[in-house]
Design a protein around this ligand. Structure first.
Ligand SMILES: O=P(O)(O)OC[C@H]1O[C@H](OP(=O)(O)O)[C@H](O)[C@@H]1O
Ligand SMILES: Nc1ccnc(=O)[nH]1
Length: 515
């Protein structure tokens, strides 16, 4: 059917059809049509929305991304027909049924993901299928390679190219903001691409965005790295492993990060930037992605194995994940805490020790420190102020204000302090509940939102002393967070009455209600 185009400023890969035209070509809302540009002969598949009144019959509303793909002008004539069902839906179905996917099948799926051929529900089906039917190592390798091949790669003229990544899962894990400047200050190249939050309340990209823009092209990432030695950018904007951010969009609301997806997500980004020396942080703890050290070692071997398959040298560090890193969760609170350490703060020790350990591994791997000396070399770079100096250069090259100080970063104006209701020890500090609380307060989108934990697990508190403070940029968000806090009880102080659950059928004095 021939239809006349009308541009519509909507940001998805769709078209708007009059209900009458849709009936005639036998499509319904959510189906696909193929739209062909007569002049260029190019065609594109797009998802259908229908209307009875917004456009007349004979006209097709073309959303912006669809228009860009087939390059049609407003008022041009296009040929529209019901599109064929993509073959990749059968591959996704195969994975849903628990079968293995071959290399070509995986590549076809990832191509369709990157080209926006799959609808959000089809993409979700793929992620859920790989969540419930785990990928084996061959499938993980195919997925990793497919994620790299469907995006851009960096090619630096000299080695080593160093990189680090955390699998996430522990709140407050702001170590990249310390490690990247330390490594770059040592004279190494570290083109660090990070994700936004996946299962947490603030990913490294969310934290860095407090200090500088994080959206750059692959070429800009390479140029900035060559100039100052390192960057901290958002992988989702770079077209480096572009499927990754599409997957994270699906994973975020469910707070899931399936093992195979996680391995591919991390290693595709490392491979695509051309890293040859990689350190992986695997936080281990009851409420993290890896519940115990045995599981952590298994995962470490998988990272190392995948690295060997791809030609990268990988070392893993199992790290303490029972409690948050440092005292803060949320973009501004975390950026402020990390910057304060670069400025010379000698606390929090958990943050400093973890960052120096990981940086030390990379310094030893690259020969910048003798075996066993990495930690000390990293410490010297931090305490001499060279890491702060380097961070300022990184902030500046990314377009941020290099004169920023930790004191100048102000978290959310709406605050609520939760005090200890009794004297005792903090025996429980539930990571997952703290993340839910920070998300409810608005993190990571609201940068000032988050949680400051005054008393971490194992700390003794007196009745009335603060345990944590919730921050929010908006008042209603603070309210939401407090409701979430009441529901989840993220902190338990030993000796405290957690709740009192009254008997359902007995009233005052033992009268039976409704009997
Ligand atoms: O939200 P959860 O699942 O905790 O983890 C996601 C975070 O973990 C990684 O950190 P980094 O980039 O190595 O610092 C990711 O890039 C992301 O920032
Ligand atoms: N799945 C992932 C975990 C942590 N970081 C990532 O980039 N991806």
């Amino acid at each position: 059917m021939k239809l006349t185009t009308k541009s519509i400023d909507i940001e998805n890969r769709g078209v708007l059809l009059h209900a009458g035209d849709a009936r005639e070509i036998s499509v319904r809302d959510g189906d696909r049509v193929e739209v062909k540009n007569h002049i260029t002969g190019e065609s594109v598949s797009a998802f259908v929305d229908t209307t009875a009144s917004l456009i007349p019959q004979g006209v097709i509303g073309i959303y912006r991304p669809t228009q860009v793909r087939i390059d049609v002008l407003e008022g041009a004539e296009v040929e529209v027909r019901a599109a064929d069902r993509p073959a990749t839906l059968d591959f996704i179905r195969k994975k849903m049924d628990g079968l293995r996917l071959g290399k070509e099948e995986t590549l076809a799926i990832i191509r369709d993901v990157v080209d926006d051929v799959l609808s959000p529900s089809e993409l979700t089906a793929y992620i859920v299928a790989t969540y419930t039917n785990p990928l084996d190592m061959d499938e993980v390798e195919h997925l990793t390679r497919a994620m790299v091949e469907t995006g851009e790669q960096l090619h630096f003229p000299s080695y080593p190219i160093v990189d680090k990544h955390s699998i996430g899962g522990v709140p407050g894990n702001k170590i990249s903001l310390l490690i990247v400047p330390i490594i770059a200050a040592a004279g190494l190249k570290i083109p660090k691409t990070s994700s936004r939050a996946i299962t947490g309340a603030a990913g490294t990209a969310d934290l860095m965005e407090v200090l500088a823009p994080v959206a750059f092209s692959a070429l800009e990432v390479q140029q900035m790295t060559e100039k100052v030695g390192g960057v901290i950018v958002w992988g989702g904007a770079t077209n480096i492993a572009p499927a990754d951010d599409r997957f994270i969009t699906v994973e975020y609301p469910f707070k899931i990060d399936a093992r195979g997806q996680m391995l591919a997500s991390v290693m595709a980004k490392k491979f695509a930037v051309g890293a040859n020396l990689v350190a992986i942080d695997i936080p281990v703890g009851e409420h993290t992605k890896v519940p115990n050290a045995d599981e952590g070692r298994k995962l470490a071997r998988e990272f190392i194995d995948l690295g060997e398959r791809l030609g990268m040298r990988v070392e893993c560090a199992l790290t303490y994940g029972e409690s948050l890193v440092g005292h803060t969760i949320g973009p501004k609170l975390e950026a402020r805490e990390a910057l304060a350490v670069l400025e010379g703060a000698t606390e929090p020790t958990s943050l400093i020790q973890k960052s120096l350990s990981l940086a030390g591994i990379l310094l030893e791997m690259s020969g910048k420190a003798a075996p066993g000396q990495g930690y000390a070399v990293a410490q010297e770079i931090l305490s001499s102020g060279r890491a702060l100096e380097k961070m300022k250069q990184i902030i500046e090259v990314q377009g941020g204000d290099p004169s920023v100080t930790s004191a100048g970063i102000v978290p959310g104006e709406h605050q609520f302090v939760v005090n200890a209701p009794a004297t005792g020890y903090v025996v429980e500090l539930n990571n997952k509940a703290l993340i839910s609380l920070a998300r409810a307060a608005g993190a990571p989108q609201d940068r000032g939102a988050g949680v400051y934990i005054h008393a971490k697990k194992g700390t003794q508190v007196r009745s009335g002393e603060p345990i944590f403070t919730v921050y929010a940029d908006r008042k209603w968000r603070l309210q939401k967070a407090l409701e979430e806090g009441r529901r989840l009880m993220p902190v338990v102080v030993e000796g405290m009455l957690i709740d009192r659950v009254p008997s359902r059928h007995w009233g005052v004095g033992g009268d039976v209600h409704g009997a």
